[in-house]
Ligand binder design. Structure first.
Ligand code: SF4
Length: 338
C-alpha cells in the first residue's frame, strides 16, 4: 500500500473534452507543478495504472473506450472526473450526442470542479483519490482475509442500492464480452429494483422468460427472493429467483469481479434452490458467450435445453435442472457460512 500512496500511477483519457481540461491535466506534469517529483507517473497502459483520470463529457464513441480502459485497471482502482464536463456533461450536457458525465458509464470516486479545472484542483483531486484508493485497498485486504467466512443471507429492500451497484459492476464484463450496453441489468434503476422486492413478478415482466404466459400459469407467482453473499457487512454477490407453478426461475447471479473464482457463485445457486422447497424444476439462462456461467451451471447439474435470441448480438441459452425425487429444500437459506 505504501507504494500506491507514495507513487500512484495514473492514466488519462479525453472522453470528448474541448482540450481545456486536458491541457490543465498535462500542466500538472510540467516543471511548474511537476507531480512526477511526488512519484505520480502518467502511464499509457491501463494495466499499470491505479487512478483513472477522465476529462470531457461522454459521447457514443468514448463510452466503450472508457469502459474498456476501466476494466483493464487492476483492483482496487479509483476514477477521477476532471472538470464539469466529465462530472455532469457540463455545457454540452444537452447536446444530441452527449450521454452525460463519466458516471453514466463507470462509477466515479472523485469529482474535480472547474471549467477548466485548475491544476491545483486536479492535484487535490488526485490526493483525494489516494485516500479512496487506500480505503479500498484495506477493505479488500480485510475481505480477502475472511473469504472463508462468507454469509449467504436473504436480502431485503434495504440492500437494493448496494445490490444495484454490484449488479452494474458485475455486468461490465458481460458488456465487454458482447459489446452491447443495452443489457436490462445495466438499465435497471433503483426504483425498479426496489419494486422487485415488493411485488410479484407479474409486475416485473423483464424478469420473466419471454414465452411465459402468466394468465395460463398454474399458480400465482410468488415474490422474488433475493439472496446476498456478505463478507464483513459488504455484499459481494447476489442472486434472485421466483417460483411459478413447479418451476423456480433463477436469474442475475452476480459476483464482484475481485471475488470471482473463489466459489461464491457455486454456493449462491444451491442456496437459492433451497428457498423454493416445493419447486421440482429450476430454470436459469445466460448469454451464449458466457462460457464460465455455462460451466458453472453444468457443474451444478443443469443441462441446456433451448436457445433464444435476446438482441442481435446476444442469444440466451436456457438451462434446467430437475430436483431429484425425494429431496426438497428443507430449510430457508437464512444463514449459511461457506
Ligand atoms: S470543463 Fe470546460 S475546459 Fe473542461 S472540457 Fe469542459 S468545457 Fe472544456
Amino acid at each position: 500500500m505504501l507504494g500506491l500512496r507514495k507513487s500512484p500511477w495514473i492514466i488519462h483519457y479525453d472522453a470528448s473534452s474541448c482540450n481545456g481540461c486536458d491541457i490543465e491535466t498535462l500542466a500538472c506534469l510540467t516543471p511548474l507543478y511537476d507531480v512526477e517529483r511526488l512519484g505520480v507517473i502518467n502511464t499509457g497502459n491501463p494495466k499499470h495504472a491505479d487512478i483513472f483520470l477522465v476529462t470531457g463529457a461522454v459521447n457514443e464513441q468514448s463510452k466503450e473506450v472508457i469502459r474498456n480502459i476501466y476494466h483493464q485497471l487492476p483492483e482496487p482502482k479509483v476514477v477521477v472526473a476532471i472538470g464539469v464536463c466529465a462530472s455532469s456533461g457540463g455545457i454540452f450536457r444537452d447536446c444530441y450526442n452527449i450521454a452525460g458525465g463519466v458516471d453514466r458509464v463507470i462509477p466515479v470516486d472523485v469529482y474535480v470542479p472547474g471549467c477548466a479545472a485548475r491544476p491545483e484542483a486536479i492535484i487535490d483531486g488526485v490526493v483525494q483519490a489516494l485516500g479512496v484508493l487506500e480505503r479500498k485497498q484495506s477493505e479488500m485486504s480485510a475481505l480477502a482475509n475472511c473469504i472463508d467466512r462468507i454469509l449467504y443471507l436473504r436480502a431485503t429492500k434495504a440492500d437494493a442500492a448496494e445490490i444495484l451497484v454490484l449488479q452494474k459492476i458485475a455486468y461490465q464484463t458481460e458488456i465487454e464480452l458482447y459489446g452491447d450496453d443495452s443489457l436490462p441489468p445495466m438499465q435497471q434503476t433503483l426504483e425498479e429494483l426496489e419494486h422487485d422486492f415488493e411485488h410479484v413478478p407479474v409486475n416485473a415482466p423483464s424478469l420473466l422468460p419471454a414465452d411465459r404466459d402468466l394468465a395460463a400459469a398454474p399458480a400465482a407467482p410468488a415474490r422474488i427472493v433475493f439472496l446476498k453473499a456478505v463478507i464483513n457487512g459488504k455484499i459481494i454477490g447476489s442472486i434472485r429467483g421466483y417460483q411459478l407453478g413447479d418451476t423456480a426461475y433463477l436469474s442475475r447471479m452476480i459476483v464482484h469481479p475481485y471475488f470471482r473464482r473463489r466459489g461464491v457463485g457455486r454456493r449462491l445457486l444451491p442456496e437459492i434452490e433451497k428457498a423454493f422447497p416445493t419447486a421440482r424444476r429450476f430454470e436459469a439462462n445466460t448469454g451464449h458467450q458466457s462460457k464460465r456461467n455455462h460451466y458453472q451451471l453444468t457443474q451444478l447439474g443443469y443441462r441446456q435445453f433451448k436457445t433464444e435470441p435476446l438482441t442481435p448480438t446476444i442469444t440466451l441459452v436456457y438451462f434446467e435442472k430437475l430436483r431429484p425425487a425425494g429431496t426438497s429444500g428443507s430449510r430457508p437459506p437464512i444463514l449459511v457460512s461457506s
